[in-house]
Design a protein around this ligand. Structure first.
Ligand code: ADP
Length: 229
């Protein structure tokens, strides 16, 4: 098991290529329980690929990812899927809400999939929507709300299952600066309330400023961690 102050999620020597394109070239990473870490770097530096490897969405060509003492990279696809559903939450650049469902149904969906009753799931969903200040939008459909409101609903959906790690890739990337700041304030505040660690991939300095610590990626490498390795 993970010691209380030890890292929750670590990666070493990650390599990943897509044909001739090298996305990761020996990247390393580490986050402690409840810590908010920004993965920073210019476009194309490998941030999204690193996040996807850490979350078990992409299998690296080489290197290892360890979560709470278990090596993710050694698990079967089914085991990684179960781990993701139980322990991880996700917020991408565009909320990816289901357009045919209301906002509260979207937030309740992960709990419904885990077997909760509709009443129970929607009560928990509304609690998180209140925390994200979108409880009034419960009956609205995603097409009827703003981009910033949609991201707040997506954050509520990601936290409703009580994940230990929230992975988020440019959560404010499609928003104007004002909306973006508000989403970041609410996202980081809600994650701290939930006790979830956050892995935040962004090329925007003002978004990274919401983190506790920055972990740079340059050309698929981790310059800061390599220096101290
Ligand atoms: P960032 O998130 O920093 O913009 P990415 O991880 O998306 O960087 O991409 C890193 C490099 O890997 C880029 O050169 C990109 O074109 C390439 N890449 C990423 N994903 C794919 C993919 N699915 N297919 C082909 N090339 C990819």
């Amino acid at each position: 098991m993970t010691p209380p102050d030890g890292p929750l999620l670590t990666a070493h020597g990650l390599r990943k290529s897509y044909g001739p394109a090298t996305a990761l070239d020996g990247a390393a990473f580490s986050v402690r329980p409840g810590e908010i870490v920004a993965v920073t770097g210019p476009s194309g530096s490998g941030k999204s690929t690193l996040l996807h490897c850490l979350a078990g969405l992409v299998r690296p060509d080489a290197g290892s990812v360890t979560y709470a003492g278990t090596e993710l990279t050694a698990m079967s696809d089914a085991e990684r899927g179960a781990l993701r559903r139980g322990e991880f939450g996700f917020v991408f650049q565009y909320g990816q809400l289901m357009p045919e469902l209301t906002c509260v149904q979207n937030v309740a969906l992960p709990l419904r999939r885990n077997g909760s009753s509709r009443k129970e799931a929607e009560r928990a969903a509304l609690g998180w929507m209140e925390r994200l200040e979108v409880a009034g939008l419960g009956r609205a459909r995603p097409g009827e709300i703003s981009g910033g409101q949609g991201q707040r609903v997506a954050v509520a959906r990601a936290l409703v299952t009580g994940p230990r790690v929230l992975f988020t890739d440019e959560p404010a990337g499609a928003l104007d600066p004002f909306e973006g700041e508000r989403v970041m304030e609410l996202l980081t505040g809600a994650a701290r309330t939930a006790g979830a660690a956050v892995v935040l991939a962004t090329r925007q300095a003002r978004v990274a400023a919401w983190s506790d610590r920055e972990s740079a990626v340059r050309d698929g490498r981790s310059p800061d961690l390599r220096r101290t390795a």
